[in-house]
Write a protein that binds this ligand. Structure first.
Ligand code: SIN
Length: 283
């Protein structure tokens, strides 16, 4: 019988303890899948997951989405390298966002494994988008259920945009701006019925959502700003402090995350595998 234990984390998510991800029993995998569906965010500590183990774990949850923009591991293209070199000033993911909302079928989630950590800083913050939805009034929930929003990644991954700077070009950290320019902006429901849990979640984010469908950007901005503000009250933010062997596995349809950039002059490297998702349905 497994000793595995699931402990809710302060703010959002749950930490799963007493499990070895390189040697998962079938019943442990079932319990991890259930925790992932329930919490939308799970953490592991003290793991020794190598690249094969990382890929094998991801495949138990779905097909791997090979990243179009991030540098890939030299031997394992399925693994994206999320790195900030000591001389670089910007980090990857240093604002509130959920990955891949600029895709028609947004990725389900990502498994992020710590590889090289700064001595201090470099935490990742998370919030639950179920909780963000629940905090809204009944009237606003009803209005939002009828809306869709336009998302885009062109202003982030396109040429001359956020990551297209000299230090990125030199390190090849983010590339393929041509593909960034060619991204076609999808719309998604603002309130989704979560594909795994069936619960309602708020599905917009500051990095990739442009405006409500049928509204101008100017008309959309005040409501979007209100929703963003009420999503991240301090009491609802989960701060994950990385240690060697730490892993975070989030669901993009149930959470936002934010990588702190408070370790200037130090190096941080993470390995990320992203798993394919599906078309999102309104609640
Ligand atoms: C990301 O946004 O995927 C990066 C998160 C992190 O490096 O903590």
């Amino acid at each position: 019988m497994t000793k595995m234990e699931i402990r809710p984390h302060q703010g959002a998510g749950a930490e799963i303890i007493d499990v070895d991800l390189m040697n998962l029993a079938a019943e442990e995998l079932d319990a991890i899948k259930q925790a992932y569906a329930d919490y939308g965010l799970i953490f592991f500590r003290d793991q020794s997951l190598d690249e094969h183990g990382h890929i094998n774990l991801a495949k138990k949850f779905g097909s791997i989405n090979v990243n179009r923009f991030f540098a890939a591991h030299s031997d394992y293209p399925e693994i994206a390298i999320v790195v900030k070199e000591a001389h670089q000033e910007t980090n990857i993911g240093g604002d509130w966002h959920t990955d891949h909302s600029y895709d028609l079928e947004p990725a389900m989630g990502s498994i992020l494994v710590a590889k090289d950590l700064p001595q201090t800083g470099g935490d990742t913050l998370f919030v639950s988008m179920y909780d963000a939805f629940e905090r809204l009034s009944d009237g606003l929930k009803k209005t939002l259920r009828g809306l869709r929003a336009v998302h885009s990644g062109r202003h982030v991954f396109g040429s001359g945009q956020g990551y297209d700077d000299d230090t990125d070009a030199a390190s090849n950290r983010i590339s393929n701006t041509d593909a960034g320019d060619q991204l076609v902006d999808p719309t998604h429901p603002v309130i989704i019925s979560h594909p795994l849990s069936g619960k309602e979640a708020l599905y917009i984010n500051p990095a990739f959502t442009l405006q409500f469908e049928g509204w101008s950007a100017e008309e959309s901005a005040p409501l979007l700003q209100y929703l963003y503000k009420q999503t991240v009250p301090e009491s609802s933010v989960c701060r994950f402090k990385w240690q060697p062997g730490s892993i975070a596995f989030w669901d993009n349809r149930a959470t936002w995350h934010f990588a702190e950039n408070d370790y200037q002059g130090l190096r941080r490297e993470m390995h990320r595998i992203t798993i394919d998702g599906c078309l999102l349905k309104a609640s």
